[in-house]
Design a protein around this ligand. Sequence first.
Ligand SMILES: [Zn+2]
Length: 432
Amino acid sequence: MRWKRVLFSGLGIGLIYTLFIHAKTTPDLPVPLQDKPIRTIVIDAGHGGSDHGAGGRYSHEKDIALDVALKLGKILEDAMPDVKVVYTRKTDRFDDVHRKAAIANEAKGDLFISIHCNAAPPIKKIVGYKTRTYYVKKKKRTRRVNVYESHPNPAKGTETYIWATAKNAAKTESLRNNSVIVFDANSEETQAIMDAQDPETIIMLNTLRNVYFDQSVRLSTLVQDEFSRVGRIDRGARQRNEKGILVLHATAMPSVLVELGFISNPEEEEYLNSADGQNELATCIYRAVKRYKDELERVYKSGEAARPALDPAPAPASAPTVPARQVVNHIPATVSTTNETPDAPAADAENLNYKVQLMTTEKVYARTNTLFKNLKGTIEREEFKQGKKKVNKYIWGSFRTEAEAQAAVYKARKQGFSDAFMLTYKDGSRID
Ligand SMILES: [Zn+2]
């Protein structure tokens, strides 16, 4: 389903921004792009195997991360049977972070949650002095030196990270790579739409990245909110410095990294290792995910409900300024009724296929006309009579799914066919 989401997002650039604008004036933020915005959640227990992560007095980050990841996964599996939970690891195993990101991408996750513990270096305190003896040219000298005692750093509390905006280009790259993987490579039209070199594709992907960024920010805020509700110290939702966190920008989905607490703080180390503490942590993250998912679904439904009142309009040239009513039409009407499996980008039900009507005109154009230069695939011309006039209908392509066709509509509009729209066929006959 992800490629579909990519396309919806891309073709619905305006839609996305519309919902942003809408979202910023209403209490809840996010952006729905499909009937079930969250189908797969990837849980990543940080570190593992030979990579212990941070250490406390008696425990390692990798073990706490795994315990909480498994507990969170169990809660999600029980409470959200419609959601598939994927783990980057379920055992004490080492995987390179690139591998972890690849697992998430292969699973076509809709959300990536990485679980870690924080640590802060011990604090040295001067507790006294001592005299040190040394020799210079065999002459004995003494010097007073400080005596230190090491104390655990009192830093405590939770933090949730999102990827650093300095890593935006890397995130877009991840989206691009993964949209291609799941794309229907057999279709000339779909390849044309999703041409990786095409500036339009880049715009789509950057837009999608911005959506994911806002969604990640939203989830990170909810996670922190849930932690503070149970009395944890909230150190905020934040971005890491330019270096970034690889799993956050190498995953082609909204992504957050939760620092459960400071393993370097003895009190928190106790909490992080206790069954009660771990259950509380997992429950907090679960509640945040639940709120996030509910919000996405709610906004999706409201977009769906609002649609019939809205007029079709050409896709906007510059997305952020588009007024709401112009774009909600890009949500395919049947999206919530398709019965595809969550993972497979299957063709739409029955013997349906889709084409794009580019324009009607009295003029006759050849396929080779420069008008159609950027539209790969077939262009059909259908003649019909309008009063006494002969008029020509130009129809582009044949698409397996509505999402592909909607993407093609977007592309056609960008090519100047401002009235382009989708046609639906069943067994070769037009049915819409
Ligand atoms: Zn870590």
